[in-house]
Ligand binder design. Structure first.
Ligand SMILES: *Cc1c(COP(=O)(O)O)cnc(C)c1O
Length: 500
């Protein structure tokens, strides 16, 4: 009767009795997980910072297919501990100095839990009014903390939106700029539009230009120089724009950076905006990493001139204690974003939207569905307050100054570019070495340090110089970690010099 071939799933009816959203089970498992995460933070300092696994390690540890029957959380957590943790690069370790930080906090984690807990999909106001209105409010709060001109805030004629990442923020603003101009001059002219950045601008701009349909020939990465600390020179921009205009092209968009990824260079916003204004260029200010520091009066000058820009973004998930993802974008003219990004299918129609008295964030971003990200930012702002947030950032800058001094005291090293924020770019200088090519030596030094697991740093290459980046900003980093890190660097230098 075929009974030998009964599907195991049909045999085991008990499985289907599980309620996947049982509140008591959530309470029990939730407490376990909080304990697990708290213990993780307690011990994270002991972990090798950069993961030491080899590619493909995980498939050797896990079964070939998903389980047919349920497994208990205790068993799953055991596997997280044994198999996942070794494959984690510990961004939250106090000895993490790579890329830019992803500074976490209790408020950020708890805020994320609340928003995940509600699990709402706030694409328009009606779909969860609190999600939209809280985002309006915290974006104005943060905008005021940064002393952004009122024209960027809802309380002016602008407004803020939380995107996932800077890549999305740039793509959305570039699309807005593109459509604003093409609606005037005709869609067929898209091949004439030109996008500007410097050779230090994040690759996010190039990606955005590719997606937005800008001809790759019309993408300008204007050369910067060490002598001007790798900032974009207004004269170079002027010359480049002029020659494009002469060639019959149409300048569209400039992405200026406050705190470049390579060396935290700052482009002079005011003078660049003056030029952009003359040609009707949309100026976006990318302050993904460094923007948060501008809540401190002593760093606010890096944003001087922003009143003439069109849009501004920073990543609260980098150096502002908010978990990934949380890119804060402000625009002066939300109408331009909406014109470019809105669609209005019947199934989303509702009275609030029709009344045009509410913000429907689906029209300010790429995707329709969106997370309730403002919750975590609200928790961060409230749990610490402006005064503490400023002091956290200042403590990182102070530690970077200390590291810079330590590098300066050792004649075998040099600080390659002046420090602006909490990152120091340094290297072993050529005179220390006999025959070894300098870049290769610094590269090998960096790799030997990272391999040790004691700390993690990454590199940049500027004007052909390989620099080691020491980026402070992990929330748990204290002065003692910075001092210890410097000792590790010196020890590895000595060991590596002995090898050549
Ligand atoms: C990190 C960074 C980016 C990219 O940020 P995502 O949020 O990962 O897209 C862009 N620009 C600068 C200056 C950055 O430091």
């Amino acid at each position: 009767m075929g009974s030998l071939n009964i599907d195991p799933e049909l045999q085991n009816n008990s499985v289907s009795c599980i309620n996947p959203l049982d509140s008591e089970e959530l309470r029990r498992q939730g407490h376990l997980i909080i304990d697990f995460i708290a213990d993780y933070y307690k011990n994270v300092e002991k972990q090798p910072v950069r993961s030491q696994v080899e590619p493909g390690y995980l498939s050797k540890c896990l079964p070939k297919s998903a389980p047919n029957n349920p497994e208990p959380i205790e068993k799953i957590l055991q596997d997280v501990h044994e198999h996942i943790v070794p494959g984690i690069t510990h961004w939250q370790s106090p000895n993490y100095f790579a890329y830019f930080p992803s500074s976490g906090s209790v408020a950020g984690i708890i805020g994320e839990m609340i928003s995940t807990g509600f699990n709402v999909v706030g694409f328009n106001w009606m779909s969860s009014p609190a999600a939209t209105e809280l985002e309006n409010i915290v974006m104005d709060w943060l905008g005021e903390m940064l002393k952004l001109p009122k024209s960027f805030l809802f309380s002016g004629k602008g407004g803020g939106v939380i995107q996932g990442t800077t890549c999305e923020a740039i793509l959305c603003t570039l699309s807005a700029a593109r459509d604003r101009i093409l609606n005037k001059i005709g869609r067929e002219n898209i091949t004439k539009l030109v996008v500007y950045g410097s050779d230090q601008t994040h690759s996010a701009l190039q990606k955005a230009a590719q997606i937005a349909g800008i001809d790759p020939k019309n993408f300008r990465a204007i050369k910067t120089m060490k002598s001007s600390s790798f900032g974009l020179s207004p004269d170079s921009l002027q010359l480049t724009v002029e020659s494009d205009v002469e060639a019959g092209l149409i300048p569209l968009f400039l992405c200026a950076t406050v705190g470049t990824t390579g060396t935290t260079a700052v482009d002079p916003i005011g003078p660049l905006c003056d030029i952009a204004k003359r040609y009707g260029i949309w100026v976006h200010i990318d302050a993904a990493y460094a923007g948060s520091s501008c809540i401190c009066p002593e760093f606010r000058h890096f944003l001087d001139g922003i009143e003439d820009a069109d849009s501004f973004s920073l990543n609260a998930h980098k150096w502002f204690f908010t978990t990934l993802d949380c890119c804060c974008l402000w625009v002066k003219n939300p109408g331009a974003l909406i014109q470019s990004l809105s669609t209005n299918p019947e199934f989303l129609r509702n009275r609030a939207s029709d009344s045009k008295t509410v913000v429907d964030y689906k029209d300010w971003q790429i995707t329709l569905s969106r997370r309730f990200r403002s919750m975590k930012l609200w928790l961060v702002l409230r749990s610490y307050g402006v005064t503490n947030l400023r002091n956290f950032l200042r403590s990182h800058v102070k530690m970077a100054k200390l590291f810079e001094e330590l590098v300066g005291e050792d004649k075998r090293f040099e600080v390659v570019v002046p420090r602006n924020f909490a990152m120091v770019c340094f290297r072993v200088v050529p005179s220390t070495l006999d025959k070894e090519p300098v870049n290769k030596f610094n590269n090998e030094l960096l790799e030997s340090i990272n391999k040790s697991g004691k700390l993690y740093m990454t590199h940049a290459i500027v004007e052909g110089i390989f620099v080691i980046r020491f980026a402070i900003g992990a929330t748990l980093t204290e002065e003692r970690h910075v001092v210890a890190a410097w000792k590790v660097v010196q020890q590895h230098l000595e060991a590596n010099l002995n090898m050549i």
